[in-house]
Design a protein around this ligand. Structure first.
Ligand SMILES: [Zn+2]
Length: 225
């Protein structure tokens, strides 16, 4: 087993409809928001954790490839060294001797410089959306505030994909990279973060390039196969 090279994909994530990826609530002020977006505690800049992107890619690909466990749990090591889910997203360390380490690393997506500057100027990039829960009998609404990154904001996106020689000169890993691209395409058609079924979290990948600065167009990625 030998690491041959890294494939890299860089671009931007454009928020198309308010994005909610929940942060921690340490102190709730009176009248304050109990459902904030995750922010860098030093700078107060919202960001998208790489783990959120990777988790959603995994979820979408498990569905697409029919790898959903009967009880709905996360796909577990299935014994197939050519399973795209186990290879790309990793398994517990016990199985790594057979399948090698996790191939996909997704970096935390930080605001682009343009939007970092807006925060420095005191411009807010978040909004509060009130979502109502309607009591079915009394017909009263209980509004719950939800903080979202506003539409139009852009984050820098980067992922790294490691190609290992597993006695095949990296052929299988190289071939499986197509699933990463399919996952990104699915994610663009789906939602990221919370309240997706209520209209949040539509995103678009912009200006994607590979490690050789070749443009990658997700619309060129075939749906099937
Ligand atoms: Zn598997």
């Amino acid at each position: 087993m030998k690491l041959l090279y890294n494939k890299i994909l860089r671009g931007k994530i454009l928020v198309k409809t308010g994005l909610h990826i929940g942060g921690n609530v340490d102190v709730i002020e009176i009248g304050g928001i109990d459902n904030p977006v995750i922010k860098n505690p030093m700078t107060e800049e919202p960001y998208i954790p790489g783990s959120s992107i990777k988790g959603k890619l995994r979820f979408l690909l498990e569905w697409k490839l029919g790898k959903i466990e009967p009880g709905g749990e996360v796909h577990k090591w299935c014994g197939d060294t050519e399973c795209p889910i186990c290879r790309i997203f990793g398994t517990s360390s016990n199985e790594e001797t057979q399948i090698g380490p996790t191939r996909l690393i997704v970096r935390d997506a930080e605001l682009t410089d343009c939007f970092k500057n807006k925060i420095k100027k005191g411009i807010s990039l978040v909004e509060v959306k009130y979502e109502n829960t309607i009591n079915r009998i009394k017909a009263t609404a209980t509004p719950r505030p939800l903080e979202r990154v506003i539409a139009g904001v852009e984050f820098n996106f980067e992922l790294l994909y490691r190609v290992f020689d597993m006695g095949d000169r990296g052929k299988i890993d190289e071939d499986m990279f197509k699933y990463v691209l399919k996952g990104l395409r699915c994610l663009q058609q789906d939602t990221l973060g919370g309240s997706g079924s209520r209209g949040c979290g539509k995103i678009e990948f912009l200006d994607l390039v590979d490690e050789n600065k070749n443009r990658i167009d997700l619309f060129d990625i075939k749906e099937e196969g």
